[in-house]
Each structure stands twice: as structure tokens, then as C-alpha cells.
Design a protein around this ligand. Structure first.
Ligand code: SF4
Length: 416
């Protein structure tokens, strides 16, 4: 690890959850739902209160923030003024680096020029657009609120508003999707020249509308495994030919445009989650905020409206305590778990091997002094090298293309 990496490890990422959408998509099991304007405003106020309650801790620990991600849900469903107020609270409470990457998810169906300009002015410097497909028929089936024309328009508006760092989310292996419709989507997106593309295969989540339709035999059939693999390989080759580096199983970026926030998740960087259901990893402990909106509001809404502004914001019970401490847990945090060294080692391997560069032996030894990679995983690595699913790099190991194809099985071997 370089000195720059060491410094980065002292920093903190923030994840801010906005649990609202205009309409639930057919495949989605994220913590999100349509809500009226009043509820959205109450949530924004509560969220601001939570953010400001962490000010003391952020100051005492001297952590600076190097990446922020506003996800959901659909953060862009909020009014520009609400996003500005949230960002203002973040800047009041945390020491945000001048070159911090500040991303926000944007649903193309909620974009307008004025809003995008205001988001940029509020300090958002990277957009992640949920385009998913450039086939209207596929978008309708997914239950998305936008069509392909609106997606392109939103992208152009984002450029006009000054966003020079944009990710496009795409989904493959959709019901009824053919290889050629996927190839057309990729061609169309590359012509836009976004800086980053995330391409995920659909996962059929239990409890979604898609799962119910599939159970009832009413969903067009999914591409078979071979077509899915063919799409994946084509994506890699096609995007490489258009200047995108494949840097994580599902992520591709132009040089230097990798998502710093997500790279942090994959390399054990600490992060603090704010808002309902948001997960955190701080000082070796994982914990989550409660996922229930009503309980979150009841805990964070003050008895008197006056307290919504001013210094009383930091009067939240447990606000002087470090995240994950008992006092905080009694409030909105749940499921606190301090990772054992074995769990940290597993995560290092699991997440590191998702990155196309793989893991480095020296990095392992620096993080786990006194432990040697070969003593813990020697046999497994030997097996994977012999099977051709893993290969040696100058500094460590990474999965081969064949290994990435069956990464779920391979990574399971790294459980201790
Ligand atoms: S917009 Fe995103 S979060 Fe909202 S329902 Fe659709 S997939 Fe889920």
C-alpha cells in the first residue's frame, strides 16, 4: 500500500439513503417506496438531524470525508432545495475534502434542466443514471418510469448542467432479452460516451412483482446461462474496444473514472451510512440504521419544531458517542457486529477478488500482521491456479475470465 493509500484509510465515506421512488419497479427489492411530499419533507428534516448529530464524533475523531454517495431509492425525486439542505448539513457536520467524489443516483424520469443545475450547484459532481436498457419494451417490462428518449434527454441535460463524470447503470439477462437487443443497448450507450458503465445481470429477488409473475408462468423466459455468459463476454470486449477498463466484475470505466466510493467498499475503506436502512463499517464494526421509516421519524423528529433548526440538532441521544456504541445502538442503529480477524480476512479475499486487479500479498500482510496468505489459503489458491480459474499477477492473485464466470462458487472457497 502506498502512502496515499494509508492516508485514504484515515478518511471516511458517507452513504446517504433516500428511500423514495415515484413508482416501484417490477424487479426491485431495495428499501424504497413512493411517498407523498409531506413524508418526503419530514424524512429530509430527520435525515438532516441525523447528519448534524454526528458532528461531534466527526470532529473528535478527525476523520475527513473523501467520498459521498446519495443512493436509494431515487434521490432525484427530492426537490433541488432538499438536496441542497442535505448537502449543507453534511458540510456543516463533516470535514469534506475539496476533491471529494460526491455521487448521486438519478432516475431519468425525474430529471429536468433546472434541477440538474441545482444538484451541480449543491456540490454533486458525479451522477449515476439508472438507464437499464435502451429498448422501450424492456423498460416497460421492468416497470421503469422513463423511456429511451427520456434517458438520452436526461443525459444531455446532465452534460449541459456541467456533469463531466456520469455513470450509466445497465441490466442484462432480462426476461425476453436477446443477445442482439443487449448489443444494441451497449452500442447506443457507448455513443453517449459516459465516463463509467455498470452492467449487472438481473437477479430474481423473492417478493418482487417479477418473482410473482415468474411463479405464475407469466414472465417471458430469461436468457439461458450460455447467452448470459455470451452477453457478459461481449460486454467486456465491446467496452474495452471503446476505451472502458473492466475494473470490477460488473463495472467499467474510462481511465481514472473508476467509482472511488464503490472501490472503497471493495477495499475495506470505512463508511458511515445515514438514513433508514443505511449500513456502516467504522472501526472494524458493522452496523445498520433501522429500516422502518415510521420508527426512524419517531426517533428523530423533535417534540418541538424549534429544535429542527440551530444547535439543538446535536442533542440527539447518543450523539456524543462513537457510531456503533451502545448509546447509539439504543437509538437508530441495529445489528452491530465487530468483525473478527478471520471475518476481515474473508472479506479481504471476497471483495478483493471481485476487483479485476485481484489481491496483493503485501497488502494482505500489511493488514494482517503475522498472518501469511499461503498459510491460510495456500491449498485453495493452489487448487484454483491448477483449475485455471485464478492466475498469479506480479504482486498477488486475480481471477481469470473463467474464474469470473463462476465467481460465486470460487469465492465461497475463501470462507474460513
Ligand atoms: S427506481 Fe431504483 S430503487 Fe426505485 S423502484 Fe426502481 S429500481 Fe427500485
Amino acid at each position: 500500500m502506498t502512502l496515499a493509500d494509508e492516508k485514504r484509510r484515515e478518511a471516511l465515506s458517507l452513504y446517504i439513503h433516500i428511500p423514495f421512488c415515484l413508482k416501484k419497479c417490477s424487479y426491485c427489492d431495495f428499501l424504497s417506496a413512493p411517498q407523498d411530499e409531506e413524508t418526503r419533507e419530514r424524512y429530509v428534516r430527520a435525515l438532516i438531524r441525523e447528519i448534524r448529530s454526528r458532528k461531534n464524533w466527526a470532529e473528535e475523531t478527525g476523520r475527513h470525508v473523501d467520498t459521498i454517495f446519495l443512493g436509494g431509492g431515487t434521490p432525484s425525486v427530492l426537490a433541488a432545495d432538499q438536496i441542497s439542505r442535505i448537502m449543507e448539513a453534511v458540510h456543516v457536520s463533516f470535514d469534506v475534502g475539496k476533491d471529494a467524489e460526491i455521487s448521486m443516483e438519478l432516475n431519468p424520469g425525474t430529471a429536468d434542466q433546472e434541477k440538474l443545475r441545482a444538484f451541480r450547484q449543491a456540490g454533486i459532481n458525479r451522477l449515476s443514471m439508472g438507464v437499464q436498457s435502451l429498448q422501450d419494451q424492456e423498460l416497460r417490462l421492468l416497470g421503469r418510469i422513463h423511456n429511451t428518449g427520456q434517458a438520452k434527454e436526461a443525459f444531455l441535460m446532465a452534460r449541459k448542467a456541467g456533469f463531466d463524470n456520469v455513470n450509466i447503470d445497465l441490466m442484462s439477462a432480462l426476461p425476453g432479452q436477446t443477445f442482439s437487443s443487449w448489443a444494441d443497448t451497449l452500442t447506443g450507450i457507448c455513443a453517449w460516451e459516459p465516463e463509467h458503465i455498470s452492467a449487472y445481470s438481473l437477479i430474481m429477488e423473492p417478493g418482487t412483482e417479477f418473482a410473482a409473475l415468474q411463479d405464475a408462468g407469466k414472465l417471458p423466459s430469461l436468457p439461458d446461462e450460455d447467452t448470459d455468459r455470451e452477453m457478459y463476454r461481449y460486454t467486456e470486449d465491446y467496452l474495452a474496444g471503446h476505451g472502458y477498463r473492466h475494473y470490477e466484475i460488473s463495472n467499467y470505466a474510462k481511465p481514472g473514472r473508476e467509482c472511488r466510493h464503490n472501490c472503497g467498499y471493495w477495499t475495506g475503506h470505512p463508511y458511515l451510512g445515514l438514513g433508514i436502512g443505511a449500513a456502516s463499517y467504522v472501526d472494524g464494526a458493522r452496523f445498520s440504521n433501522i429500516a422502518d421509516l415510521k420508527t426512524y421519524l419517531s426517533y428523530l423528529e423533535p417534540a418541538d419544531e424549534e429544535a429542527l433548526s440551530g444547535e439543538k440538532m446535536t442533542d440527539l441521544p447518543g450523539s456524543e458517542s462513537p457510531p456503533g456504541s451502545t448509546a447509539w445502538l439504543e437509538g437508530i442503529c441495529t445489528d452491530r457486529h465487530v468483525l473478527t480477524e478471520e471475518e476481515k480476512i474473508e472479506e479481504f479475499m471476497f471483495l478483493g477478488l471481485r476487483m479485476c486487479g485481484g489481491i496483493e500479498k503485501e497488502d494482505f500482510e500489511r493488514r494482517f500482521p503475522g498472518r501469511a496468505l499461503k498459510d491460510i489459503y495456500g491449498k485453495v489458491i493452489h487448487k484454483h491456479l491448477a483449475q485455471g480459474v485464478m492466475e498469479e499477477t506480479e504482486k498477488g492473485f486475480r481471477l481469470t475470465k473463467r474464474g469470473i464466470d463462476i465467481s460465486n462458487y470460487i469465492l465461497a472457497d475463501y470462507l474460513l
